[in-house]
Design a binder for this molecule. Structure first.
Ligand code: C2O
Ligand code: CU
Length: 457
């Protein structure tokens, strides 16, 4: 089955908007916030021609949950899979959606997700196939969080010495709409004292989901929040039939998550390295062997976990890291994410880790320090297959995936300010198997220079 090609032309720009009743500036697409919903069928190819209409900054878009098999340059991660698209320039994202599901897309450069650059991507089952559940209608619900302070100011706050924390969001948004200062809405909605404007301006009036009695509806729910963890519980029988993981691993990587100071700046670090992104995207520099483009020193495979709740942190071994974990193609990799103390005594935070380019199995999680004997408790029979998993405070989480997708892939905490402060690593596998990487993905840093030289020779 060939599948259809679906074409979109998008322009990203800043615009005035009132997501929660207070006017601010959002990053919109084609004049919309959130951006347009993409709807396709499994097997289709999406073409998004993205033009950057921001005046002074680059932009990229990541398709969260899409594995990008054979198209790693379309993954939309600045400095990893491509150069940020310059103002006035257009980049073509062309990729196949191979699995039905509810996905979303978002900016992946600086804190552009906090600025409102996101939207939904829905993939229906392939032409001629049936959904496993029967339903009469469906609703799409995209959750996000919103600050009145702009994303650039937030970036400066987080990077300054001392760091200024951005605090809780002013408003939670559903499909880009919320009500600032409206936590009392349930109690006072009938009184004229209510600050909540439940009707009125169509930018923030809530969406009303219209349902008919005795009908069955599917809710598609995705969260693109930059910080907030939202809990939602529905009792449904879990779907059987996900593939099972390989029974053993070839390699196990321990990733210790700590919070530390580098020259007075607060950073998150993984095995003592705090992620910094290079000027030359990793995909091109690895493919073409540009050794000067990033730190070729291998990142540490494990460091002694400092887990005691009162222990001093932030030792001198900490450094900026742009190292890459090189994975042997087609091997099975276990990742043990180990949580630890943050800088404040007795505080350990929750981190949702997201892997690009793959789904992984969540084999287990637990409290305290991971030891090899926990392995006996791994769920190898029916572990959940996901692309994001949480590590709990002072806990560990064990993941398994197969490194079968040639490319360079980010693996990071999905809390936007944490990623900005270095909470991520980069995996690479099978890069030499890739054919030609499109020039547009290479046009900056050393790969850009290389292109120029080829042009002039
Ligand atoms: Cu949804 Cu690398 O992120
Ligand atoms: Cu985090």
């Amino acid at each position: 089955m060939g599948g259809k090609a679906r074409h979109f032309k998008w322009e990203v720009e800043y615009m005035h908007w009132s997501p929660d009743g207070e006017e601010g500036v959002v990053m919109g697409i084609n004049g919309q916030f959130p951006g347009p919903t993409i709807r396709a069928r499994a097997g289709d190819t999406i073409h998004v021609e993205l033009t950057n209409r921001l005046h002074t900054e680059g932009v990229v878009i990541h398709w969260h949950g899409i594995r990008q098999i054979g198209t790693p340059w379309a993954d939309g991660t600045a400095s990893i899979s491509q150069c940020a698209i310059n103002p006035g320039e257009t980049f073509l994202y062309r990729f196949k959606v191979d699995k039905a599901g509810t996905y979303f897309y978002h900016g992946h450069y600086g804190m552009q997700r906090s600025a409102g650059l996101y939207g939904s991507l829905i993939v229906d089952v392939a032409e001629g196939e049936k959904e496993i559940f029967q339903y009469d209608g469906e609703f799409n619900i995209l959750l996000s969080d919103w600050w009145h302070k702009g994303s650039h100011e937030q970036e400066v706050d987080l990077s300054s010495n001392p760091m200024r924390w951005i605090g809780e969001p002013q408003t939670l948004l559903i499909n880009g709409r919320g009500q600032f200062n409206c936590s009392l809405a349930a109690h006072v909605s009938n009184s004229s004292a209510s600050p909540c404007k439940l009707r009125g301006n169509e930018q923030y009036a809530p969406h009303i989901l219209r349902v008919h009695p005795n009908k069955t509806y599917r809710l598609r729910i995705a969260s693109t929040t930059a910080l907030a963890s939202l809990n939602l519980a529905i009792g449904i029988l879990a779907l059987k039939g996900s593939p099972t993981p390989p029974p053993t691993h070839h390699r196990r990587i321990f990733l210790l998550n700590t919070q530390n100071f580098i020259d007075g700046h607060t950073k998150w670090a993984i095995n003592n390295a705090s992620l910094v992104l290079p000027a030359t995207p990793h995909l091109g520099s690895i493919k073409y062997g540009l050794n000067a483009a990033f730190n070729r020193k291998k990142p540490s495979r494990s460091v002694q976990a400092r887990l005691r709740r009162d222990e001093a942190r932030g030792k001198s071994e900490l450094h900026d890291g742009s190292g890459v974990y090189m994975l042997r193609f087609n091997t099975t990799v276990d990742v043990i994410l180990q949580n630890a103390n943050a800088l404040r005594a007795n505080v350990s935070e929750i981190h949702p880790w997201h892997l690009h380019g793959h789904d992984f199995w969540v084999l287990g999680y637990g409290e305290g320090k991971f030891t090899e004997k926990e392995e006996a408790k791994f769920n190898l029979k029916n572990p959940p297959l996901r692309n994001t998993a949480v590590i709990f405070p002072f806990g560990w989480t064990a993941l398994r995936f197969v490194a079968d997708n040639p490319g360079v892939w980010a693996f990071h905490c999905h809390i936007e300010p944490h990623l900005h402060m270095g909470m991520g690593v980069v995996f690479a596998e099978g890069v030499r198997r890739l054919g030609r990487i499109p020039n547009e993905a290479l046009g900056c840093g050393l790969t850009g220079k290389m292109l120029m030289n080829n042009l002039h020779n």
